[in-house]
Design a protein around this ligand. Structure first.
Ligand code: FAD
Length: 396
């Protein structure tokens, strides 16, 4: 039987980052993906994702500091530019379902600079916006765009460059705890590993079922839409920011990025699905709901030209899972609760720390020491994941 130090299940953004990090530490790593690399059935495809400091708790704001460092390190290591800084505007209508105070207090505590803007100040600076009176804006200048599919393939290239083996069209069927590690059953036979990292997002419970473990996850089928403004210059980076509408429903959008369109989507607007029994069809009701909000807030946004589907995997508290599996110390799980792309290389470091049992033992010359993350927030045995009476709340 083939044997590796580590097997990583799933090669989306989180699994690819974990393979990269373990290989950088001189470990033998096998990354397994059930579909082809770069497929569009998970959560890491398409053109863009938001990287930002503005978050609702100090712990997350602190984690964003590490995320920015980790993306900068990946850019240096790969020689590829990945981060496009454009600035971000969080919009809170009066009596918004999401409180601006959580964001201002968290950024203040960690020392992140931001501006508080009134509605007139926002529309004077960005006349593209038409906003209800009394909308408050929080502007943070470091917010940036990450190229989702391109960044994921860059991490796969880095993983291979450091010696990792990545195999696609290989589905993990089960995990058997065995002396000195785990026997991984796959659609192409069994392999042995000292430890396994499960980064299977929507399919996490399918992989963990062989360990009699399951998490209270909901998988939803989200949708992003591209609009073609008649005056694209109005929405270019530098003259138009990233934006998030912090209410229920919650929406978010981008300036133009690599094409003369602007992308927008609703957060947690899609139906609950089974990832193995889902459609790629466009949902016209979702497109209309989003379009109504976008055209009201951005009258010059233009018409929808295309939409695509993408999966969210939600924990009840919308917090991550970065944890060993209780009772199975050789198996750990990384799950992003549908807001982790910005943290992908940081997840990679944290999961590599868990899988190796040591925070850093870089082998590549000149590697900087990283500051261990406080993972107690992301444990699998926390109440939100173990208490069946816990009331789920996804808007944060
Ligand atoms: C529309 C949308 C917008 C988003 N916007 C943002 C944003 O702006 N900023 C941000 O930070 N985050 C954002 N996110 C969230 C972010 O994209 C995800 O948290 C992240 O991509 C999750 O990565 P992953 O690797 O865990 O999941 P995935 O990319 O889904 O990877 C999991 C992989 O595991 C594979 N797999 C599963 N089971 C098996 C098995 N048994 N054997 C082998 N392989 C298996 C799957 O095929 C899949 O490739 C967004 C997500 C969506 C859907």
């Amino acid at each position: 039987m083939e044997a590796f130090d580590h097997v990583v299940v799933g090669l989306g953004a989180l699994g690819s980052a974990t393979c990269m990090e373990l290989a950088k530490r001189g470990r033998t790593v096998l990354g397994l993906e059930q579909f082809e690399l770069g497929h569009g059935r998970g959560a890491s495809h398409d053109t863009s994702r938001i990287l930002r400091h503005s978050y609702h708790t100090p712990a997350y704001v602190h984690m964003t500091l590490q995320a920015y460092d980790d993306w900068a390190r990946l850019e240096r290591d790969s020689g590829t530019q990945l981060v496009t800084t454009v600035g971000g505007l969080d919009l809170f209508p009066s009596h918004s379902a999401i409180s601006p105070v959580d964001y201002t207090d968290s950024m203040t505590e960690i020392g992140i600079e931001y501006e508080v803007l009134s509605t007139p100040a926002i529309t004077e600076r960005w006349p593209q916006f038409w906003l209800p009176y009394d909308t408050l804006g929080l502007y943070q200048r470091d917010a940036a765009i990450l190229p989702a599919a391109h960044a994921t393939s860059t991490m796969q290239q880095q993983a291979r460059r450091h010696g990792a083996e990545l195999r696609d069209h290989t589905r993990v069927i089960g995990l058997d705890a065995s002396p000195g590690g785990v026997e991984v059953q796959t659609s192409a036979g069994a392999v042995h590993a000292e430890s396994v990292v499960v980064c299977a997002d929507a399919w996490t419970n399918q992989v963990l079922t062989s360990l009699d473990v399951s998490l209270p996850l909901e998988v939803t089928l989200e949708q992003a839409t591209y609009f073609r403004p008649s005056h694209p210059a109005l929405f270019e980076p530098g003259v138009f920011p990233l934006w998030i509408w912090m209410d229920d429903p919650s929406f978010y959008g981008f300036p133009s990025y690599g094409e003369a369109t602007i992308k927008a989507a609703q957060d947690c607007g899609g139906p609950v699905i089974d990832p193995d029994d889902r459609t790629s069809e466009i949902d016209e009701v979702m497109e209309k709901r989003l379009g109504a909000h976008v055209v009201e807030m951005l009258p010059a946004s233009g018409v929808p030209v295309r939409s695509l589907r993408c999966q969210y995997t939600l924990t009840p508290d919308r917090d991550f899972v970065i944890s060993t599996v209780p009772g199975h110390p050789a198996v750990s799980v990384g799950l992003g609760a549908a807001h982790a792309f910005k943290f992908a290389p940081t997840f990679g470091r944290a999961l590599a720390d868990l899988a190796t049992g040591s925070s850093v033992d870089f082998l590549s010359p000149g590697a900087e020491k990283s500051t261990p993350l406080d993972l107690t927030l992301f444990r699998m045995d926390r109440p939100a994941l173990t208490d069946p009476t816990y009331r789920a709340h996804w808007l944060v």
